[in-house]
Design a protein. Structure first.
Length: 419
């Protein structure tokens, strides 16, 4: 870069600086640029990697994508619809599980089902759409320093040079363990881990029906099968904290696949013989949350503002709703003070509380493997059959956390299902 070009670039004045070019940051950048709001995206990586999560979006998340005008971007990046969730598992026969299948395409009007895709591909597609809409994106940006306030600033290094941006607003969209959140002194709350998750992307499995997904329990794992189309499937497994090293080591992918040789799961042999095409990574479950993800000049979105337990697959939907809230606040108010984000803060706080309730309920009900836990699952299944409203917490993960009555997320529901 010439000295003149560097000097021109060293002091930047976009309307918004977005720190992080993942799903939350990319979606926000597209939406803002389409509203003629100048957005600068700072992404630390040079290439998006397989993060072994962030590849499933329930119907309410697909609806959020449509509201943001991003549906075609997701579809063009390989978005694939799953239209049935079949609860295969040790508690019922395969025939009974298929009879109890949830028609995901009937959860919300005009939403074809849940959507799956590759995480690197969707991030890349959102980045390209943002740049095409007029946003500026700098990859390999590092050494960030955020100064909140009425006139916020972001200093960073890019290609060996130091720059300072002076936007009207900084958005932290830099994911779990957000550096932006730490710099503004955000109060991050944590739930203790209940279990571990691991995942692996496989290819060459054409036996599994591409429109069917499954979540179930057998033995000492909770399994997930999420097809992405054309024989590609993301598998996940939840297992106890006492098995921390179960899928670690040089042969972890093969041991992970061997764990899917399950009696309750159709095409288990085909799944176990799938060809790994990504890393096999594990991570703990659990929630984090920030009750007030806003300070003067800075707002946090997506995982940077706190993430829901990935066990129930709400992360991408949360990120899109966060981004929509921020876009609506900025386009509806000329004065960009922190006060304009009060509705976002209030809605997100309650949204995360509700999803946290469901995740904790799901963990106790579906991710414990003792004899007592099996009896509890069977008892809960009978209670739901007799009183269908007890299934509302789980419906909320598909239809949205505000789609069911608020009393769904109270202790009474927990007691009626589990005690």
């Amino acid at each position: 870069m010439s000295s003149a070009a560097h000097q021109a670039k060293s002091s930047l004045t976009p309307d918004v600086v977005i720190i992080g070019g993942g799903v939350a940051g990319g979606a926000l950048a597209v939406a803002l640029a389409r509203q003629n709001i100048r957005a600068l995206v700072l992404e630390k990586t040079l290439e998006h990697q397989d993060r072994v999560r962030g590849e499933f979006m329930p119907p309410w998340g697909v609806e959020e994508a449509k509201k943001l005008g991003l549906f075609d971007v997701l579809l063009g990046a390989g978005g694939h619809f799953t239209k049935r969730n079949i609860p295969y598992g040790e508690d019922m026969s395969a025939q009974e599980a298929e009879a109890r299948a949830i028609p995901l395409g009937k959860i919300l009007p005009d939403i074809e089902g849940a959507m799956t895709f590759g995480h690197p591909q969707i991030c890349g597609a959102l980045n390209q759409a943002a740049v095409a809409a007029g946003a500026t994106m700098l990859r390999g940006a590092g050494d960030l320093a955020v100064s909140p306030g009425r006139d916020p600033k972001v200093a960073f290094t890019h290609e060996g040079h130091r720059y300072e941006a002076c936007p009207r607003l900084v958005v932290g969209a830099d994911g779990r363990g957000s550096w932006t959140a730490r710099q503004i002194g955000a109060d991050v709350k944590f739930d203790p881990s209940h279990h571990l998750l691991s995942g692996l992307l496989i290819d060459g499995v054409h036996e599994w029906p591409e429109e069917d997904q499954s979540i179930g329990v057998e033995g000492d794992i909770t399994f997930y099968v999420f097809p992405q189309g054309e024989g590609r499937i993301r598998l996940y497994a939840c297992y106890g904290l006492d098995q921390r090293g179960r899928f670690s080591g040089p042969d972890n992918a093969q041991r992970f696949l061997d764990a899917f040789r399950l009696k309750s799961l159709p095409h288990a042999d085909a799944l176990s013989a799938g060809r790994p095409i990504g890393p096999c990574h594990g991570y703990p479950n659990g929630d984090t949350w920030i009750d007030t993800p806003v300070v003067p000049g800075v707002v946090l979105v997506g995982d940077a503002a706190g993430h829901n337990d990935p066990t129930i697959g709400q992360g991408l939907s949360i990120s899109l709703r966060d981004s929509r809230h921020v876009v609506e606040a900025l386009t509806s108010n000329a004065d960009w003070t922190e006060d304009i984000f009060a509705p976002y803060v209030e809605e997100r706080r309650e949204r995360m509380r509700r999803l946290r309730f469901v995740a904790q309920l799901f963990s106790v009900l579906r991710v414990e493997f003792t004899d007592d836990a099996r009896m509890r699952r069977r008892r809960a299944l009978k209670r739901i059959g007799a009183e269908p409203r007890l299934a509302l917490p789980f419906l909320a993960t598909q239809k949205g956390p505000f789609s069911v009555p608020p009393e769904t997320f109270e202790q009474k529901t927990w007691d009626q299902l589990l005690n």
